[in-house]
Design a protein around this ligand. Structure first.
Ligand code: 173
Length: 317
């Protein structure tokens, strides 16, 4: 008799757990009016519609709510539940964060080849984060300039950077200055910098086209923006809540090829805005591109001798 009651209660437990609605507080390292947040809005809408009674997203805001370089720590400590941010913005937590820009295969494949498991081992252990999934993919970074160069020599140029570009631009001779995206326009306007690193898309969100004369091709790396979640909060979810959340994340991730069109459109728009493209001959272009990866992997492996080599193996084509 006792046993029967236990079985009934055990069977009912998931139903009770489902009955509790969990509200997840989300902050973005990118501003509300940017393409990155706009692309994320349908995700939140769909999840909130389907997650009624189970999981709800409460979008707190972007850099007005929290400085972009603090989002990682806020997720780590549980001040917020989920951050939409990029690894470069939380290298203060661990050097491996910035390695996500080095992936050369699409995010859904990284789930299959074990890379996401490796990411989660590191993110769990070092950052108290659960890595949920990638919201930007298929998007290279570029160097944008106010002055012309005719070879990949950045000597004498002062460039706005984040950790994404620091080692590479310095290896090419540049002087660098780190700023949040929100400070780039003023830095350009005042002539404090001669250029900046940024993905192929998005410069119009900040009106930087007004101050940009050149873009250097080829691009390099793969711009990474992802959803990361406080690990304790993740563990507190029921299996049904985790499944629901991940189903939406994985569907969103699988639709990331939409960025290809965004990027094509922005390339056209940049040309219309009068931004000239600086190119190199094929051999020099390959050197430029390869150097970006060599410099980044060398430094990552130095900083992370255990995980760096494993990441390189699973992230590279
Ligand atoms: O340039 C940056 O601020 C940066 O590091 C970044 C990373 C991913 C997407 C967009 C910008």
């Amino acid at each position: 008799m006792k046993k029967a009651i236990c079985i009934i209660l055990a069977a009912a437990a998931p139903a009770f757990a489902q009955g509790q609605e969990t509200v997840l507080r989300v902050v973005s390292a990118f501003a509300e009016n940017t393409t990155y947040v706009k692309n994320f809005e349908p995700f939140m809408k769909k999840l909130n519609a389907e997650g009624r009674g189970s999981i709800q997203i409460n979008f707190i805001g972007g850099p007005k709510a929290m400085p972009p370089f603090e989002v990682g720590n806020a997720v780590r400590t549980g001040v917020v539940d989920i951050g939409m941010t990029t690894g470069a913005f939380y290298t203060n937590i661990m050097p491996e964060a910035d390695a996500l820009k080095l992936t050369q295969i699409p995010a859904p494949e990284l789930r299959k080849n074990g890379a996401v498991d490796l990411i989660n081992r590191v993110w769990n252990e070092k950052a108290n984060m659960q890595y949920l999934g990638r919201v930007i993919d298929f998007t290279p970074f570029h160097l944008y300039l106010t002055k012309k160069i005719d070879k990949p020599d950045l000597t004498g140029l002062k460039l706005r950077i984040t950790p994404v570009y620091r080692d590479f631009f310095q290896a090419l001779g540049a002087t660098v200055m780190q700023t949040a995206p929100g400070e780039v326009y003023t830095a350009l306007e005042r002539g404090v910098v001669d250029g900046y690193g940024w993905p192929i898309n998005g410069i119009f969100d900040f009106n930087w086209h007004e101050k940009t004369k050149f873009r250097v091709d080829p691009g390099f790396y793969s711009a990474e923006v992802s959803l990361v979640m406080n690990l304790d909060k993740w563990k507190s979810l029921s299996q049904a809540q985790k499944d629901l959340l991940m189903r939406h994340v994985i569907a969103h991730e699988a639709a990331n090829d939409s960025w290809k069109k965004v990027n094509d459109d922005d390339i056209k728009r940049q040309a219309q805005a009068g931004i000239q493209v600086i190119t190199f001959d094929a051999a020099t272009a390959k050197q430029f591109h390869d150097k970006a990866y060599d410099v980044a992997w060398t430094n990552l492996i130095k900083a992370s001798p255990t995980y760096g080599p494993q990441m390189r193996k699973l992230f590279s084509r």
